[in-house]
Design a protein around this ligand. Structure first.
Ligand SMILES: Nc1nc2c(ncn2[C@@H]2O[C@H](COP(=O)(O)OP(=O)(O)OP(=O)(O)O)[C@@H](O)[C@H]2O)c(=O)[nH]1
Ligand SMILES: [Mg+2]
Length: 427
């Protein structure tokens, strides 16, 4: 009896916590069921005493402690519906940033917040309303003026911090700030937002926020960068963030090269252009988080391996290639090279500056059991990556699944800025 009573009380606390205002409304709406009214009234005082912890001291030792638990759960804020090794939270600034975090949201990463100076952009974004934050500066956007973006993020810094504390709550291990270099809101506001994310991290007990806050930045296409203001903005913020990352104060910096994608996916429709790019970016990112959550009967690329890469500072790149001719001696090592050259991420990195890397080979069960010499080829591919990356520590992974193909995944961290690519922006 006492148990069921407690359970009922717990449920009520959860409901009440979820949305205080709506909970009140719901209680009010339930009133028409008159027969239950008397009972509900009886229970109500008990609920009040447990939530507010008032004077009823005698009830505290058991009841309050038990009911404290569900409240903690509730304070975990938004709950992801995806299971990776690392709990991420996402802040998207400007239109690009907002759309990038939406693509993570669509994958099940629910701890996202989009901030913008334009409510039009926010209105178009299909994520819950309470996960959009308007930095109202009285204009529709920052009009590619980085100073406006910076002022906006400074002005609303406290409110944004408050919002992410409430939304993200606890349990977050890594925060990524996403934006497009070239515009005003994202490029101007990103440094401030990184600081805000670090404050949140510190408050949340993350020991070293410098290692736990990273950024995803897109570079403008050549067409866009033919506008001197866009090119100047992009060059400036890419350098600022690059320096921060190289100094280990931002980890990792992931650079998406929209120009490369433009070339990799020719003929996309206007409608599918950004969504295709964004879902490819989020999908690629997600794979490493998921892989590192799984164990392998061969060689596991585990959580610690993954986190050592994303926490090492500098820039990070990722790539996937499906190996076409498995019987070819060099096919897997070629796939590794391909990952480094033909990714949608920016090129021009000096791979010898890498600090830590991961290389994971995933093959179908049948291939793993039947293809002779496959182990040698896999080992050779690991060696090739080791050579290319100089002194980088390589974390290996060999997994099997139910598909009938072989894929190679690489992630490399601690890289210096791709100076050559950035120089192109300078013109
Ligand atoms: N990958 C990707 N890049 C985008 C997307 N949208 C915009 N970009 C890039 O981001 C750059 C900056 O554009 P916005 O995000 O619109 O700029 P903003 O931060 O909103 O700044 P203002 O509009 O000036 O206030 C553009 O030049 C594009 O190269 C997107 O959905 N995905
Ligand atoms: Mg905009």
């Amino acid at each position: 009896m006492a148990k069921t009573k407690r359970k009922a009380a717990k449920k009520k606390v959860i409901k009440k916590k979820a949305t205080k205002k709506t909970a009140k409304k719901k209680v009010a709406k339930k009133k028409p069921v008159k027969k239950v009214k008397a009972k509900a009234k009886k229970k109500a005082p008990a609920k009040k005493t447990t939530v507010k912890k008032p004077s009823k001291k005698a009830a505290i030792p058991t009841l309050d402690l038990e009911q404290y638990e569900p409240q903690v759960k509730e304070e975990a804020g938004l709950i992801d519906i995806t299971q990776g090794s690392t709990q991420f939270a996402w802040i998207g600034a400007g239109q690009c940033g907002g759309r990038l975090v939406k693509s993570f949201y669509d994958l099940g990463y629910r701890k996202v917040l989009a901030v913008n100076t334009s409510h039009h952009d926010l209105d178009l974004l299909e994520i819950p309303k309470n996960q959009k934050f308007l930095m109202d500066i009285g204009e529709m956007g920052a009009g590619k003026d980085m100073a406006r973006g910076k002022d906006a993020a400074q002005k609303y810094q406290q409110e944004i911090l408050h919002t992410i504390r409430k939304l993200f709550a606890s349990g977050v291990k890594h925060i990524m700030v996403c934006f497009g270099a070239g515009g005003g809101t994202g490029s101007g506001g990103v440094l401030e937002l990184i600081e805000t994310a670090k404050k949140y991290a510190r408050h949340n007990g993350i020991a070293n926020p410098d290692k736990s806050v990273g950024a995803i930045m897109t570079l403008p296409t050549i067409g866009e960068a033919s506008s001197p203001l866009v090119a100047k903005n992009a060059y400036k913020i890419a350098n600022d963030l690059g320096k921060l990352a190289e100094a280990g104060k931002l980890s990792p910096l992931i650079i998406i090269d929209n120009e490369r994608i433009n070339k990799l996916y020719p003929g996309l429709t206007v409608k599918s252009f950004w969504p295709t790019i964004n879902s490819t970016v989020s999908g690629l990112f997600d794979i490493f988080n998921k892989l590192s959550a799984q164990s392998s009967r061969y060689t596991s690329f585990d959580t610690v391996d993954y986190q050592s890469i994303i926490e090492t500072g500098g820039c990070a790149i990722m790539g996937i290639t499906k190996v076409k001719q498995i019987t070819d001696t060099y096919s897997i090592s070629r796939a590794v090279k391909n990952n480094l050259e033909k990714t949608l991420l920016a090129g021009g990195f000096d791979l010898s500056t890498a600090k830590v890397a991961g290389c994971i080979v995933v093959g179908g069960k049948k291939l793993m059991a039947n293809v002779s010499g496959l182990q040698d080829r896999i080992n050779y591919a690991f060696d090739v990556l080791s050579e290319i990356t100089g002194k980088a520590t390589i974390h290996r992974g060999v997994y099997e699944d139910d598909r009938d193909s072989l894929r190679v995944y690489t992630i490399i961290g601690g890289l210096n800025l791709p100076e050559k690519r950035l120089a192109e922006l300078k013109g």
